[in-house]
Design a protein around this ligand. Structure first.
Ligand code: SAM
Length: 226
């Protein structure tokens, strides 16, 4: 079985227990990080959501962006099923398109979206995959488009980094076992983001020392970072 199949099967299997596992390890912290800045997003016409798992950001987006047309891409049928349920619950089925495919090969139309969402999915990719895919995902944004980023990042202080290293070791072992995750440690996503042409407009980095939630915009013009 190749890595992609392992990953799909793994996330299909994990879908049922994903939230419970997360709660055992992190309580509500990851949920809070995920939705921390959804309310701050400007009115959005079209959004592309990548790897949203059980659909917590998607649901929140449906509620806060009542006119937004959303394409949600996930490789896992079981995760998409959970997303669909959430979308139905908030009465937004008519404006969400569900695409079951590998985001790494999803042909992102250029200049189409006002919003790109990636919550805890970029850490599933290797550095070389990110170097190839992230610019392609970002090219899907229109000139004023926003990138809603949520993921694990390395904390700044030394003892927090040690604590994060232990958590990350555990999580990487677990996801390697369950989904064939090729990474052995957390990719430095700060560094990956710094290599893109992005400006931070809002950030919520203090909800948990290992997570970051940001609204970014393509372009070097001055932001209004907090
Ligand atoms: C670690 S989970 C994160 C789920 C959710 N975004 C969250 O905040 O918890 C990764 C999600 O991305 C999906 N995923 C991982 N690699 C993918 C890929 N190459 N293409 C599409 N979906 C992928 C998985 O199926 C899963 O739903």
């Amino acid at each position: 079985m190749d890595q992609s199949e392992l990953s799909v099967r793994g996330y299909d299997r994990l879908a049922k227990v994903y939230r419970g596992l997360e709660f055992c390890l992190f309580g509500n912290s990851l949920y809070r990080a995920r939705v921390a800045l959804v309310d701050q997003l400007p009115v959005t016409g079209r959004a592309l959501v990548l790897g949203d798992g059980t659909g917590q950001v998607l649901q929140q987006l449906c509620l806060t962006q009542p006119n937004c047309q959303i394409t949600t891409v996930d490789q896992s049928e079981q995760m998409l099923r959970r997303q669909r349920r959430r979308v139905e619950r908030v009465g937004a089925s008519d404006r969400v398109m569900f695409v079951q495919t590998d985001a790494r090969t999803f042909p992102v139309p250029t200049d189409k979206y006002d919003l790109l969402v990636a919550a805890f999915i970029l850490d599933c990719f290797t550095e070389s995959e990110l170097a190839d895919c992230l610019p392609r995902f970002l090219a899907g944004l229109r000139p004023q488009g926003m990138f809603y980023f949520v993921d694990f990042v390395w904390p700044k202080t030394r003892w927090r980094r040690r604590q994060a290293a232990a958590y990350q070791w555990l999580m990487h072992r677990f996801f390697r076992w369950q989904t064939g995750l090729p990474n052995r440690r957390l990719v430095d996503l700060e560094c990956v983001l710094a290599g893109q042409n992005l400006v931070t407009l809002h950030s919520a980095d203090r909800l948990h020392p290992m997570t970051s939630c940001r609204i970014l915009k393509v372009g070097w013009d001055s932001g209004m970072s907090d």
